[in-house]
Ligand binder design. Structure first.
Ligand code: PNS
Length: 169
């Protein structure tokens, strides 16, 4: 069975991620979407919420499973019998760091990294940018699955109410 992993923070999953996951699922027998547990990086959604949203957003893809990992990605791959990492490349700016990681990961265990060119519709898209735009009331419809957009709005609303009147936009 040919298995691949699409790793990331997915805070939250965007249509750009889903494009790459769907294309990986067409190439491999099984694709694991692996959410990085990173206690040092502040996130909007908890790991559990991100897993839940990814599960809902990929429900129609029969060969996609969702998991979480901490530590090295190569160890997760080895423990799960995964021989390929699939990453989306949005622009040249992604390339330097992605190449560095791919080479390091290959040196560590021989795992291969395959780069998929992002759909130009989503080449400017990132979770951080979506969160920033949505925080200040910008329109992010069409950039996220509807269920994720809904949860993002609710989460930002909750946070804004918890922050109190001074911090609201
Ligand atoms: O969505 P992100 O935050 O850009 O994803 C980055 C991710 C999770 C793919 C990358 O940080 C990663 O693989 N982290 C796991 C730790 C690791 O293996 N580091 C060594 C990389 S050579």
């Amino acid at each position: 069975m040919r298995k691949a992993v699409c790793p990331g923070s997915f805070d939250p999953v965007t249509n750009g991620h889903l494009d790459i996951i769907g294309r990986a699922a067409a190439l491999f027998d099984e694709v694991t979407v692996a959410v990085l547990i990173n206690k040092r990086k502040a996130s909007l959604f908890t790991v559990e919420e991100r897993i839940e949203l990814l599960g809902q957003a990929t429900a129609e893809l029969g060969n996609v499973r969702i998991d979480a990992f901490h530590g090295l990605l190569v160890d997760f791959c080895r423990d799960n019998g995964i021989s390929a990492i699939v990453k989306g490349l949005r622009a040249v700016s992604d390339f330097d760091y992605e190449l560095q990681m791919a080479q390091m990961n290959h040196r560590l265990t021989g795992v291969e990294t395959l780069f998929v060119s992002t759909n130009p519709l989503y080449s400017y898209l990132s979770s951080s940018l979506v969160k920033e735009v949505a925080t200040y009331g910008g329109d992010v419809v069409g950039l996220l699955p509807d269920i994720v957009l809904d949860r993002l709005r609710r989460k930002l609303d909750e946070n804004s109410r918890a922050a109190g009147p001074d911090d609201r936009r």
